[in-house]
Ligand binder design. Structure first.
Ligand code: F6P
Length: 344
């Protein structure tokens, strides 16, 4: 690498606790290797608009324990805009970047993979999403912090459901994958769970909830937002730049369905964006910093176009093109193993 090396870092897609620790890892390693570090604001939008800010050690240190991202985020997709990918390449050079770290989920990393493929830009990725569904990695920053939040809420709902002899439905995020839904239900002891990977068995759901009500006087059901009980709900919903339908509201559908079936009061709680906020857990501070350090180190050594994936106990470089257009659903075997808790 030449003198005056400049490394950019961006965070894209839905924010997640652990983004700031990842930025800090990037900053420390890149500084040690002699780079000037700039943050691109609001994901790929920052590259398209050449919106870059210098980062300081004080800023990244102060952000370590904070949720969200100090760089801002967006769902901007250069590949969905006329001339977007060419503009991204041009701006990369005009900003004087020698390297870029993209921290994001399947969409943000997918763009990184395409820019590497189309222009050979030196970009590495760090996986993020509370949905836990980036392929090729067993860990995505944000998931375990979000799981603590969703599980805590489930426990609180059990207290109030027990007191009022009610059925309560908790909707959690998880667009294509039910990791957050299933793990919340198992960690918090829900009576039933609906996930996107498995077609809802309505008879099972009703039976299990009826049993819970008759045995203990209340029931709690967890629903992943991407679980589909009623397809008609998805019509006419807005889509983002990556073509994803904006979800939310399946908890209400399940609650009103159960209300009719059981002839009793059923309340829905849509947790929404609260589950993405809050300070990162210690795991969401340690692993993202390590992944970021490796992503920078590899870039510096000329190994580009890779994701710093956590697999089998260590951080491994995985070709970013393997991530483009894919996600990581719950394995059927895991759903089957945990189904012991949800059978009638
Ligand atoms: O980042 C993933 C995610 O949290 C999904 O679980 C959810 O469907 C989506 O983002 C919500 O997106 P937005 O923040 O744009 O409403």
């Amino acid at each position: 690498m030449s003198e005056n090396k400049r490394l950019g870092v961006l965070t894209g897609g839905g924010d997640a606790p652990g983004l700031n620790p990842a930025i800090r890892g990037v900053f420390y390693k890149a500084s040690e290797l002699g780079y000037e570090i700039v943050g691109l604001r609001d994901g790929w939008k920052g590259l398209l608009e050449k919106d870059a800010i210098p980062l300081t050690k004080e800023e990244v240190d102060a952000a370590l324990t904070k949720g969200g991202t100090i760089l801002g985020s967006s769902r901007t997709n250069p590949y969905n805009r006329e001339g977007g990918k060419e503009l991204a390449e041009k701006n990369f050079h005009e900003l004087g970047l020698n390297a870029l770290i993209a921290i994001g989920g399947e969409d943000t990393l997918g763009v990184a993979g395409q820019l590497v493929r189309d222009f050979r830009l030196p970009i590495n990725g760090v996986p993020k999403t509370i949905d836990f569904d980036v392929p090729e990695t067993d860990f995505t920053l944000g998931f375990f912090t979000a799981l603590e939040v969703t599980t805590d809420v489930l426990e609180r709902l059990q207290d109030t459901a027990r007191s009022h002899h009610r059925v309560m439905v908790l909707e959690v995020m998880g667009r294509h994958a039910g990791w957050l839904g299933l793990f919340t239900a198992v960690a918090g002891g829900a009576d039933y769970v609906l996930v996107p990977e498995k077609k809802a068995n309505i008879d099972d759901l009703v039976l299990k909830v009826k049993q819970a009500v008759s045995n203990k006087g209340f029931a709690v059901v967890v629903v992943s937002e991407g679980a589909v009980l009623d397809e008609s709900m998805l019509k006419d919903r807005p889509v983002d730049e990556f073509g994803h339908v904006q979800l939310g509201g399946m908890g209400e559908v399940v609650a009103s369905f159960l209300e009719k079936q059981l002839n009793m009061e059923v309340k829905a709680v849509i947790l929404g964006h609260a589950q993405r906020g809050g300070k990162p857990s210690v795991l969401d501070r340690i692993l993202p910093q390590l992944q970021a350090i490796k992503a920078v180190e590899w870039l510096h050594d000329g190994q580009t176009g890779v994701l710093a994936a956590y697999r089998e106990g260590s951080i491994k470089p995985i070709d970013l093109t393997k991530v483009v257009g894919k996600n990581r659903p719950l394995p059927e075997s895991l759903i089957n193993d945990f189904s012991v808790f949800f059978r009638g």
